[in-house]
Design a protein around this ligand. Structure first.
Ligand code: ADP
Ligand code: ZN
Length: 600
């Protein structure tokens, strides 16, 4: 019997209406057409093929690059009462036979496969012997060499239209890059597919950048005031630092675990498992952590070091708030970071043109850190997307930064670089400006320069801030030997000649202990409701433990919040709650209403 998509959405998944282009995508597939779907993380890509899979006859085949992702999706689907399975190398014989039996009996609605597995001749034969409703190619950017996760087997998926000409295909990705898009269309033969391009904005993520002298202390202030009990990811550059920061957060009373490529496999897997299965865990990781993490309730992503470029930043921060509830992207940023990354690029042995691209991307990132206007607008503009008005949910919108005309000081800083022969780093230059002569300076005769000691109007911190902004603006560049000496870039000439002005973004003094404006904790519930929410969270943990699945596959936080506010006391009222369909109503309805009824 064919069910209508709306009915499936309501009864199986427990949601009232389709989002964005979901409905059109679903209708296109059901009518036999191909689709290319570009939607940001958390946009709701999965339902685009899961709903048709339930409506159409046969089994939908989902190509997924990682075993962890498949297991997560299948576990989540089974919670909805959907017959889904996968075939992969981690299965034992029994499990595999069981999946194949359900496929043959025609009950299996979704089958998850890696591209390697799908392309094996015996798998292709197997699929030919069964009715396949559609092919969904998830993380389709893996087909692109320009992307960050190239997988060569993805290219061979171009055999599907020839081998299964009547089976509709849908390719999905959250990667915005135009070049990557082009490659998906070309290598997956999707020229005739309908394209659904959604805005890449993540409105629920609040972006913040702080100029931090002590980034660890600032991080703690942020976590303590904004996310006292929330799960989050902290990114660092080095392995040693991840361990040190994790230890430090643990001393502060949080559950914080390190994650990096140098750890023993078992320990790393254990830490990831705890992050997924326990509530409120913080993982302190190098960028190795993230791909394959589908946890929807990551409430914050913090960068203790600058990411490589804006693309990487967007991808890493995108792991926050997939469930659509408020989340934060926080980053600390200092002159030291800028110097480190700059000299990384300069002293790398990449080919000249590649180095230029890296240098350019770093400059763009620095520029974004220093802007005084809406961060979201600038971020989306970088991905070729226009936003009409400011977002109201980034640090610059919430507390517009002060801007000061620092033309005079900027000129002084540039002159100092020039007069000392473009051979010195920031510390030395600031000492010259502030007239703090030492032996080395005297030997160089720099204590006798006319500008020596003329910069006492600013303290050291203010000078560092100004130098950082001159580097970000591209007027000062790092030497290519990686010694940290600064050189003048020709673009500083108008400023030196008095034809241009320099506006400096002033650092705000953080107000100790007070929470930042615009902070919205998703669990901001009335006093009484909060206790019920916590009790429901406890119930969810117990249910999850009993089945060895992550808590979020039982209920998302949004569902718990709706339950805590509306307090349904009758099992039949549960279908009104978003995220509870008939499957979950049957499974957990009784325990939920019992808990709510027993609550004062
Ligand atoms: P993506 O794969 O695009 O990152 P998901 O498919 O995981 O996103 O969906 C993100 C979240 O949004 C999930 O919690 C999902 O259940 C929810 N969601 C998707 N579609 C809808 C909808 N139409 N109404 C309500 N919630 C939805
Ligand atoms: Zn903004």
């Amino acid at each position: 019997m064919i069910e209508r998509p709306e009915k499936v959405l309501r009864e199986v998944f427990g949601y009232d209406r389709f989002r964005h282009h979901q409905k059109e995508i679903i209708d296109t597939l059901i009518a036999g057409g191909d689709c290319l779907v570009l939607m940001p993380t958390g946009g709701g890509k999965s339902l685009c093929y899961q709903v048709p899979a339930l409506v159409m006859d046969g089994t939908a085949v989902v190509v997924s690059p990682l075993i962890a992702l498949m297991q997560d999706q299948v576990a989540a689907l089974r919670q909805f009462g959907i017959d889904a399975g996968y075939l992969n190398s981690t299965q034992d014989f029994e499990e595999r036979r069981d999946t194949l039996r359900r496929l043959s009996a025609g009950g299996l609605k979704l089958l998850y496969l890696s591209p390697e597995r799908l392309l094996m001749p015996e798998t292709l034969d197997l699929l030919h012997r069964h009715r396949i409703s559609l092919f969904a190619i998830d993380e389709a950017h893996c087909v692109s060499q320009w992307g960050h996760d190239f997988r060569k087997e993805y290219r061979q998926l171009d055999c599907l239209p020839e081998r299964f000409p009547d089976v509709p295909r849908i390719a999905l990705t959250a990667t915005a890059d135009r070049r990557v898009r082009g490659e998906i269309v070309e290598h997956l033969h999707l020229k005739r597919a309908r394209r659904f391009l959604h805005s890449f904005d993540r409105p629920n993520i609040c972006y913040r950048v702080v100029d931090a002298r002590n980034s660890r202390e600032e991080l703690w202030r942020f976590i303590e005031t904004q996310h006292p009990g929330d799960a989050g990811i902290v990114y660092c550059l080095s392995r040693r630092r991840t361990e040190e920061v994790a230890r430090w957060l643990t001393e502060k009373g949080r559950v914080a675990l390190p994650y990096h490529a140098g750890m023993p496999d078992a320990e790393r897997a254990e830490n990831q498992h705890r992050f997924l299965h326990e509530e409120g865990v913080i993982v302190v990781a190098t960028i190795a952590f993230g791909m394959g993490i589908d946890k929807p309730d990551v409430r914050f992503v913090a960068h203790l070091n600058l990411p490589k470029n804006l693309e990487a930043y967007y991808q890493e921060t995108g792991r926050a708030g997939r469930d659509g509830l408020p989340a934060s992207a926080w980053m600390s940023y200092s002159l030291g970071d800028v110097m480190t990354l700059g000299s990384f690029v300069e002293s790398s042995d990449a080919a000249g043109s590649h180095k230029q691209v890296m240098q350019h991307k770093l400059r763009t990132l620095l520029g974004w850190c220093e802007i005084t206007t809406c961060r979201r607008k600038a971020l989306l503009a970088y991905f070729d997307e226009d936003m009409e008005s400011d977002c109201g949910n980034c640090d610059n919108c919430l507390v517009p930064p002060e801007v000061l005309d620092s033309t005079q000081n900027a000129r002084l800083a540039l002159s100092c670089v020039y007069r000392t022969g473009q051979r010195f780093g920031v510390g030395y230059l600031i000492n010259v400006l502030r007239g703090k002569a030492d032996e080395r300076m005297r030997r160089n005769g720099h204590d006798r320069l006319a500008l020596s000691g003329t910069g006492t109007n600013l303290d050291e911190r203010q000078w560092r801030n100004l130098f950082r902004q001159l580097i970000a603006a591209g007027m000062l560049v790092m030497d290519d030997a990686g010694h940290g000496s600064l050189l003048l870039d020709p673009s500083c000439r108008p400023l030196l000649r008095g034809e241009a002005r320099f506006m400096q973004r002033m650092q705000q003094k953080p107000a100790r202990g007070r929470s930042l404006p615009g902070s919205k904790t998703p669990t901001a519930l009335a006093e009484g409701d909060h206790a019920l929410f916590e009790a429901l969270r406890g119930l969810r943990t117990d249910l999850a433990k009993a089945q060895n699945v992550p808590p979020y596959v039982i209920f998302h936080d949004a569902t718990l919040i709706a339950l805590a506010t509306r307090k349904p006391k009758d099992i039949r009222d549960l279908v009104e709650i978003a995220g509870i369909g008939t499957g979950k109503q049957e499974r957990y309805g009784q325990s939920v209403v019992d808990l709510i009824r027993g609550f004062p």
